[in-house]
Design a protein around this ligand. Structure first.
Ligand code: AMP
Ligand code: ZN
Length: 443
């Protein structure tokens, strides 16, 4: 039932006590990093100013942009030699947000994810197939080491390669999978095309779905198709990765391990806490983290706290399914993209005009991202072959930056002329937060 029972079943009062102790330690540790040292100085803040959990608001908020500015070592609080792992946020080949881990960090993280696995019923004897990307993305290694720590038979197959996934699932009788939700549905289609009935011919009993927004309907669909219990897994590399918040068997919100994270929900516009239970942006402070403690990190994800005590008995607070973003980031195939990345690529090309629009659509579980861009007058007059060359060049440059292949549509100058209002840069027709979902990854 539990991996670290004492911590998982802590009384509320004890959780708060531990949080305060660890918050003070985190602030002191953070003050040794170049980034926070300077920020604290500017604010006239001393670590001793944090005496209660109520003093949290005195601390600065930290953003993804801060991480980029302080790249690569500005948040580090230990000597470089103590760093043994690097991960990065998905979605850009530009200046990424990198996360550095000491041995103690990896140890803490692994235990957090191990708790999540056990909490959802994973046991020795299970066969765990990890279908998310290994490498810089945290979903691969994060789950992998946790499963190994539990002594579970682990198949590190990574993402894509659908035929092989199916072969492994059948031959090794995989019982637990970790997948991004759109891939789980994509895989279901492939199984059906091969005439395989997952409920009869596979041995699955648990699915962990994470890394991208999805709805309750998608969960149910996965559960029905595969005959499994599916659990929502939320995380972000800035907070180690998976294990940030995870559903238990009650499937009524995702627990945040509060001995390791101090969560808040703020109004993204004012930065002030929202009323209890109201929706806002999730902000997290890492507790007990060594190499790179982050204070009040703005996740950009919109959610709310669930009221009351969970049926499973754990007191660690729960958040609801993510309902959207406070900023304009969108996710395709588990890869995070900001419109500004598209804009920068286009600005760097003399053929491209000033206006563009990103259209996201879904066809047969496949995401299609189209970048419609106006062409400069003098290039638009070119012949058809010339236009096709431009189109391909734009697509290539975008692919290199985004790591995702977009469709490109060239428009005549002025085609996207604004009507005076704020330009609509992203048109998302996929309904990911409500209904279906899609996959565009490798097959
Ligand atoms: P990364 O740091 O690249 O792993 O991306 C983290 C982001 O992925 C989060 O900030 C969320 O926007 C998104 N994300 C991860 N897990 C979930 C989930 N279960 N539901 C919705 N969004 C998620
Ligand atoms: Zn619970």
């Amino acid at each position: 039932m539990y991996w670290q029972k004492e911590l998982e079943m802590m009384e509320d009062g004890l959780i708060r006590e531990l949080q305060l102790k660890r918050l003070k330690e985190a602030v002191l540790a953070a003050s040794r990093s170049p980034f926070y040292r300077e920020r604290f100085q500017q604010m006239g803040l001393e670590p001793e100013d944090i005496r209660t959990l109520g003093d949290l608001h005195k601390l600065p908020l930290t953003t993804k942009n801060d991480l980029r500015q302080a790249y690569p070592f500005g948040f580090l609080t230990v000597p470089k030699e103590r760093v043994i792992r690097l991960h990065a946020s998905t979605g850009t080949t530009g200046r990424p947000t990198v996360i550095l881990y000491s041995r103690a960090d990896l140890d803490q993280w692994t235990d957090l994810v191990a708790r999540c696995l056990v909490m959802t019923g994973v046991r020795q004897g299970d066969v765990f197939q990890n279908m998310t990307g290994y490498g810089l993305f945290t979903g691969g290694l994060g789950f992998h080491y946790a499963a190994e720590r539990l002594g579970i038979f682990t198949i590190p197959i990574g993402s894509g390669n659908t035929r092989r996934q199916i072969q492994m699932m059948r031959e090794f009788e995989t019982t637990v999978i970790h997948s991004i939700p759109s891939y789980a549905l994509y895989l279901a289609n492939a199984l059906s095309a091969m005439g395989i009935d997952p409920r009869k011919e596979l041995s699955l009993r648990i699915a962990h779905l994470g890394a991208e927004p999805h709805s309750e309907q998608v969960r149910r669909k996965v559960e029905e198709i595969y005959g499994v219990d599916a659990f929502n897994s939320y995380g972000l590399s800035e907070m180690y990765g998976p294990g940030g918040a995870f559903e238990c068997i009650a499937k009524d919100g995702m627990h945040i391990w509060e001995d390791a994270y101090l969560p808040e929900i703020i109004d993204p516009k004012t930065g002030k806490p929202v009323e209890e239970g109201a929706e806002g942006e999730l902000v997290m402070t890492s507790l007990g983290r060594e190499a790179m403690p982050l204070l009040r990190y703005r996740t950009g994800d919109l959610t709310s706290f669930c009221p009351g005590i969970c049926g499973c008995g754990r007191r660690h607070r729960r958040i609801r399914r993510i309902t959207g973003r406070a900023d304009d980031m969108f996710i395709i195939k588990g890869v995070n993209i900001f419109p500004i990345q598209v804009e920068q690529v286009l600005l760097g090309m003399e053929e491209a005009g000033n206006n563009y629009q990103i259209i996201l659509e879904r066809k047969d579980y496949t995401d299609i991202m189209t970048v419609a861009v106006e062409v400069q007058e003098r290039f638009f007059l070119g012949d058809r072959k010339e236009m096709e060359n431009i189109r391909q060049r734009v697509a290539k440059h975008l692919r290199e930056e985004l790591l995702v292949t977009p469709e490109v549509e060239l428009l005549k100058p002025g085609a996207l002329e604004s009507t005076g209002g704020k330009a609509v840069r992203v048109v998302d027709r996929r309904d990911i937060y409500e209904g279906g979902i899609s996959y565009t990854g490798p097959e």
